[in-house]
Design a protein around this ligand. Sequence first.
Ligand SMILES: Nc1ncnc2c1ncn2[C@@H]1O[C@H](COP(=O)(O)OP(=O)(O)OP(=O)(O)O)[C@@H](O)[C@H]1O
Ligand SMILES: [Mg+2]
Length: 278
Amino acid sequence: MNETVQPPSLAEAIQDRPEDVVDESTSEVKMQARDVSVFYGKKKAIDEVSVDVFTEHVTAFIGPSGCGKSTFLRALNRMNDTIPSASVTGTIELDGEDIYASGMDVVQLRARVGMVFQKPNPFPKSIYENIAYGPKIHGLAEGKAELDTIVEKSLRRAGLWDEVKDRLQDSGTALSGGQQQRLCIARAIAVDPEVILMDEPCSALDPIATAKIEELIDDLRGRYAIVIVTHSMQQAARVSQRTAFFHLGHLVEYGHTSDIFTNPQQQRTQDYITGRYG
Ligand SMILES: Nc1ncnc2c1ncn2[C@@H]1O[C@H](COP(=O)(O)OP(=O)(O)OP(=O)(O)O)[C@@H](O)[C@H]1O
Ligand SMILES: [Mg+2]
């Protein structure tokens, strides 16, 4: 008899999905991308992609390495602006407002559309300061008491408060990897975002820390629109309500997660989810 413990299969992950309590008829489009292309110099990395991101949904971006998931994710809060060769065409709206319009305040935009990266990147400052910094520069707190409240609330919401409440002055970098990632999520939450973008947030974490982040993502969904890039199809199946499959810069298929994984309409999606490439 084979006693080896196998990780859950994709089929099991789909079967174990919590019931989606999202009411499609009332769910609101938070971000709308239309015919978005992203270039690095002359090279097109994203080709005319159109996607809606819904409030109170987790949207997963999947696809083989180099297909443009991170590039497209970065276009959603203008992080590509920081790459000199990058340019974006098409339109991306947040609540109907063009985020690439010339009057858009990019600092404000990145508070509304926060980002969590693959490698946890706390500031080399105290746990408290990691959270307090954003609210301070955005003028969200009147004084120390209000700032303390925001710090506590953000850490609680990120499921980290009980682990750090007695060591708020310790350096953020002294935490474990999983704690650091939850600290980065708390930091994104602290400025009261509407959308949270996560680029492979668990890829540097062990399975227990990963499970905690996945639970947290599910909790946070009630409040924000969340977009997560992941290489783990099990993870996409567990945490997301919608999945977009990218291949070679194209959006091949976008739909309800259960449909994408159980009844894909495109051969390329089928090939990817059955592990034929990737
Ligand atoms: N800063 C950059 N300058 C030039 N080309 C880039 C840059 N970043 C990404 N690219 C190219 O754009 C394409 C898409 O890359 P991207 O990082 O978005 O893919 P990805 O789907 O996130 O891949 P992975 O799963 O490996 O993270 C690739 O061909 C990549 O080489
Ligand atoms: Mg990437």
